[in-house]
Design a protein around this ligand. Structure first.
Ligand SMILES: NC(=O)c1ccc[n+]([C@@H]2O[C@H](COP(=O)([O-])OP(=O)(O)OC[C@H]3O[C@@H](n4cnc5c(N)ncnc54)[C@H](OP(=O)(O)O)[C@@H]3O)[C@@H](O)[C@H]2O)c1
Length: 242
């Protein structure tokens, strides 16, 4: 799909991969609706990106997600693309998983993207098509102690994304997924932990890929529309992809 002059929603646009994606899309002449909880960061970014729209929303509050998508549609009159990027991780052994945190992670990483897709699909169908890009994770293909909740949420997202892709093909709505490797963002700092628990193992995020590398895959996915994009050969091999 073309990027210039098209309208995109980017969730989690206040930081990291979402921020880099919003900047990259705007740099290619798109109009970008910037969604996240941090109003000040979104307002600051909107000041840098002409034609963008900051929308404060918690992606775990589904009525608010629907309202946010409706507000974007009212503002621009159309929505061509959705980048489901907002997400967090959680470090806890299976023995110590807190069901409330499990719930929050699955609300944010799985149900939030599904509800956002449900909100844009009828609009895209009426317009004759669209592009949905879900930011997944290489951990969907890994077994990492203390990351069962996060990796399971991303594995679930693989299934929903691939199924939605098959279901929506007839409507010319293309669903793609990006699988980042370790990326240099605030992701490690923002991961959830049990109140009494230790910090768990940590990847060296600072040494990871730049978020702009992942953003470039998002733009490639929008333009090409393949099902899956692996950020590194390591992730491609773990996924067993050709
Ligand atoms: N960094 C990595 O190594 C890595 C690797 C693989 C996959 N990923 C995936 O990449 C995506 C982006 O992560 P990142 O690395 O860019 O991390 P990040 O810098 O921590 O950014 C996360 C974004 O999600 C937003 N967010 C968090 N909770 C939210 C909520 N309840 N409602 C709305 N927005 C919320 C945050 O904004 P607010 O706090 O303002 O709400 C922020 O904009 C995630 O889906 C993550 O799973 C990251």
């Amino acid at each position: 799909m073309q990027i210039e002059d098209r309208v995109f929603i980017v969730t989690g646009a206040s930081s990291g991969i979402g921020l880099a994606t919003a900047i990259a899309l705007a740099g290619r002449g798109a109009k970008v609706a910037l969604l996240a909880r941090s109003t000040a960061a979104l307002d600051h970014l909107a000041g840098r990106l002409p034609g963008s729209l900051p929308v404060t929303v918690d992606m775990t509050r589904f009525d608010r997600v629907r309202e946010a998508v409706a507000a974007v549609a009212r503002h621009y009159g159309r929505i061509h693309g959705l980048v489901n990027n907002a997400g967090r991780s959680y470090a806890a052994s299976v023995e110590d998983i807190d069901p409330a945190v499990f719930d929050e992670i699955f609300h944010l990483n799985v149900l939030g993207p599904i509800v956002a897709m449900q909100a844009v699909i009828p609009l895209m169908r009426a317009q004759g098509g669209g592009s949905i890009v879900n930011i997944n994770s290489g951990t969907a293909f890994m077994t990492v102690p203390q990351y069962s909740v996060y990796s399971s949420s991303k594995r679930a997202l693989v299934g929903f994304s691939l199924t939605a892709r098959a279901e929506l093909e007839k409507d010319r709505i293309v669903v793609s997924e990006i699988y980042p490797d370790v990326t240099a963002t605030n992701f490690g700092k923002n991961r959830m932990r049990n109140a009494a628990g230790g910090s768990g193992p940590s990847a060296n995020y600072a040494a990871g890929e730049k978020p702009e590398v992942v953003a470039a895959f998002v733009l490639q996915a929008i333009e090409e529309g393949q099902a899956q994009y692996f950020a590194t050969d390591r992730i491609r091999k773990l996924a067993g992809a050709a």
